[in-house]
Design a protein around this ligand. Structure first.
Ligand code: PLP
Length: 475
């Protein structure tokens, strides 16, 4: 496909602007270009066809089943785009006088209040722009807490090997060292090993729950107790709250801090790098360290308050406010009774599909899973030469996105499947039929399985090269 620059035809244009009817001013000398900018010259139809062609080459939740485990596209109601693009919100300037932005502050304050209620925390910050950014905020809270108490030997963060990959990366970014905790055979934390690693150097634990195997930690209360008794704090990675929202609260399980990915669980479509929101909630004793300014309510007015003990700012102003507005609309539309139903559907869908697929596939999760489950293609890869990537690529030819591949790292040849909570039974049955048919075809003819996908624009790119040396500039 040619780029717009390659399609450019000299002199062609699609501009509608009428002649300028105000006096023209000359730019101060030295500011003018010497040569015109190298913009493509095209008519409107050339441009709109170009973008439609690009759109038809991509795949999104509007095209079909999108089971990208851990980071799946959850339900993104289209109406929330409308809510977040109301001119009363989008036309604001962050430096406007506070009395002229009371509506926006009320909305952010409400979102803060609801998210705190949902997670069992006392206060949120809406400043972090992504999940990993929220983790960073959380660990800076922990660090500040220990420092203020003069407890400076606490430099180690315990991270189970079933955690999301951003957890250990965040701990390192904060200058802490990571203590990796191997999981037991059931995919949960090995309690003896946990007891053995906590001590006076423990800053805290970071727990992804349900973990990346789709398993809810069975000893959750015991885990937070052990860490607290050792003087550490407990961090809950709540990026994917869609298994538990409205059903149970991390704050009640003993966690001191949590982040949510509003751009996963609470309605902002994600992908392509943003904008997102990694809202962070914490318990009372950590509020004073939160990044500022905080939005607080005094009587009927909302205002900004900065805490002198805050660890500083993570982003300009108040975070990606429009993402927070989508989350607020989502929470208010679902309501107190709707949120638990959302979570129940996420878990029901995952268990239904898991059950159907267990006719053929070996699934790591024994018993019930939460919102996702993990298939292992280890045996098929060893005995038949059909690897996880071969299966995943075959799905692309069949009108659906592939599951997350080769993650979590503790399962060999992993395919991590998370059906969106809003998928109906017909879709799940259809998906299961296709998975099983493709499995049988691949096992009957492993050589042919290496050739998938056949119908996509790009087949099997060198993914390592593409990630390590992306070429994003046109020369
Ligand atoms: C997606 C995800 C993150 C990271 O979120 P980003 O917005 O991509 O930084 C962290 N933890 C879990 C469990 C996730 O699924």
């Amino acid at each position: 496909m040619k780029l717009l620059f390659e399609k450019s035809i000299q002199g062609r244009s699609g501009k509608y602007l009428s002649e300028c009817d105000v006096p023209m001013l000359d730019l101060p000398s030295g500011l003018e270009r010497e040569t015109p900018p190298g913009l493509p010259e095209l008519a409107e139809t050339d441009v709109s066809r170009h973008y439609s062609a690009l759109e038809s080459r991509t795949f999104g939740i509007n095209d079909g089943f999108y089971p990208l485990g851990s980071c799946t596209m959850k339900y993104n109601p289209k109406i929330n785009e409308k809510v977040s693009s109301l001119p009363g919100f989008t036309g604001l300037h962050p430096l406007q006088p506070v009395d002229s932005v009371q509506g926006m502050l009320e909305a952010l304050y409400l979102a803060d209040t609801y998210l705190a209620q949902i997670t069992g925390m006392d206060k949120m910050t809406l400043q972090p722009a992504a999940g990993a950014h929220g983790e960073f905020a959380g660990l800076l809270l922990f660090k500040k807490y220990h420092e203020e108490r003069g407890d400076t030997a606490r430099t180690k963060v315990i991270v189970p090997d079933s955690a999301h990959g951003t957890n250990p990366a965040t701990a390192s970014m904060c200058g802490m060292s990571v203590v990796k905790l191997p999981s037991g055979g059931d995919g949960c934390i090995d309690m003896e090993k946990l007891r053995a690693v906590v001590g006076p150097d423990t800053a805290g634990i970071m727990l992804t729950n349900p973990n990346t195997l789709g398993i809810f930690e069975s000893n959750i209360l015991e885990i937070t107790k052990i860490v607290h008794e050792a003087g550490g704090l407990c961090y809950y990675d709540g990026a994917n709250l869609n298994a538990i929202a409205g059903v149970m609260r991390p704050g009640d399980m003993g966690f001191d801090c949590i982040h949510l990915n509003l751009h996963k669980t609470f309605s902002t479509p994600h992908g392509g790098g943003g904008p997102g929101s990694g809202a962070v909630g914490c318990k009372d004793f950590l509020i004073k360290y939160l990044p500022g300014p905080q939005i607080n309510k005094a009587g009927e007015t909302y205002r900004f308050e900065a805490s002198p003990q805050s660890f500083g700012n993570l982003l300009a102003f108040y975070g990606n406010a429009l993402t927070v507005l989508r989350a607020l609309a989502f929470i208010m539309a679902y309501g107190k009774d709707g949120l638990p139903r959302m979570s129940q559907h996420a878990v029901l869908n995952a268990n239904y599909l898991k059950h159907r697929l267990s006719e053929r596939f070996r699934i790591f999760n024994r018993g019930l899973c939460m919102h996702e489950f993990v298939i292992s293609m280890e045996r098929e890869a060893k005995e038949h030469g059909v690897a996880a990537i071969d299966m995943a690529k075959s799905f692309l030819d069949n009108g659906m996105m592939a599951p997350t591949m080769y993650f979590p790292l503790i399962v060999k040849e992993a395919l991590m499947v998370e059906p969106t909570e809003t998928e109906g039974k017909e879709t799940l049955d259809n998906v299961a039929d296709i998975y099983i048919r493709l499995y049988d075809e691949a096992m009957a003819n492993p050589e042919a399985a290496k050739l998938f996908p056949r119908n996509t624009v790009i087949g099997r790119p060198d993914e390592v090269e593409a990630a390590r040396n992306p070429r994003v500039r046109y020369k």
